[in-house]
Design a protein around this ligand. Structure first.
Ligand code: 5RP
Length: 228
């Protein structure tokens, strides 16, 4: 099947990151269309080379995909330390700060990235931005606290919107809700991340600061790796 240009860039980035996996690694498996290319590439390597790895999925969707692709899995409880995590992002800035959570899996994605020795974020070049802001920032919230959290986000200059599906609140794999919050261009992502972490009722927010070791960027010319 021929891929469109954006998907081809996502696949190039994913294939490159997966080429760095070696025997015996425990690998965090991200969520979303770019991470899907990575899980498929890993499945191909396992079949073709007999690569011995164990994956830890960041969502139920990725768990299902990994099993279909023949990737052996560990539950998160069995893997408190991972060698590598490969996951996508919705936006990335030059400081390797990320916006994540478009696919609603940000909480597990952040935990898995946090316990990984190395986190390679795979994106197509359209996601590289000067300042994070065009993609509304997803926050996973406890339903009970949604109104309080929304009010505090407005105080911080945001415009939150409850994510819905089929007319009802979108439910994450953790049984929580998502607020997608527009902010003006984010000058200082770590400072906003700290402010968000101090609001009770936010289970996790989609700003990933200081977690990415390398951005693997798919471009028309091939793959560019931006290391921290
Ligand atoms: C899921 C995510 C994804 O990594 C992000 O939404 C990017 O997805 P895609 O690769 O489909 O553009 O954070 O929660």
């Amino acid at each position: 099947m021929t891929l469109g240009p954006v998907d081809q860039k996502k696949k190039n980035a994913a294939d490159h990151a997966v080429s760095l996996i070696t025997n015996g690694m425990k690998v965090g498996l991200g969520t979303g269309s770019t991470a899907k290319f990575a899980v498929e590439a890993l499945g191909r390597r396992i079949k073709a080379e007999g690569l011995k790895v164990k994956g830890v999925p960041t969502s139920e969707a990725t768990r299902k995909l990994a099993l279909e692709q023949g990737v052996p899995l560990l539950s998160f409880e069995e893997a408190d330390r991972l060698d590598l995590c490969i996951d996508g992002a919705d936006e990335a800035d030059a400081g390797l700060n990320l916006t994540k959570g478009g696919g609603g899996a940000l909480l597990r994605e952040k935990v898995v990235a946090f316990v990984s020795e190395r986190f390679y974020c795979v994106v197509d070049d359209a996601k590289l931005v000067d300042k994070l802001h065009a993609f509304p920032l997803p926050l996973e919230v406890v339903p009970f606290a949604e109104k309080v959290v929304a009010r505090e986000l407005v105080r911080l200059g945001g415009q939150p919107m409850l994510r819905t599906r089929d007319g009802a609140p979108y439910l994450t794999d953790n049984g929580l809700w998502i607020l997608d919050c527009r902010f003006p261009p984010i000058d200082d992502p770590p400072m906003l991340a700290r402010a968000l972490s101090s609001i009770p009722g936010i289970a996790e927010h989609g700003l990933f600061c200081g977690l990415t070791h390398a951005l693997v960027v798919g471009t028309d010319q091939g793959v560019k790796v931006i290391e921290r």
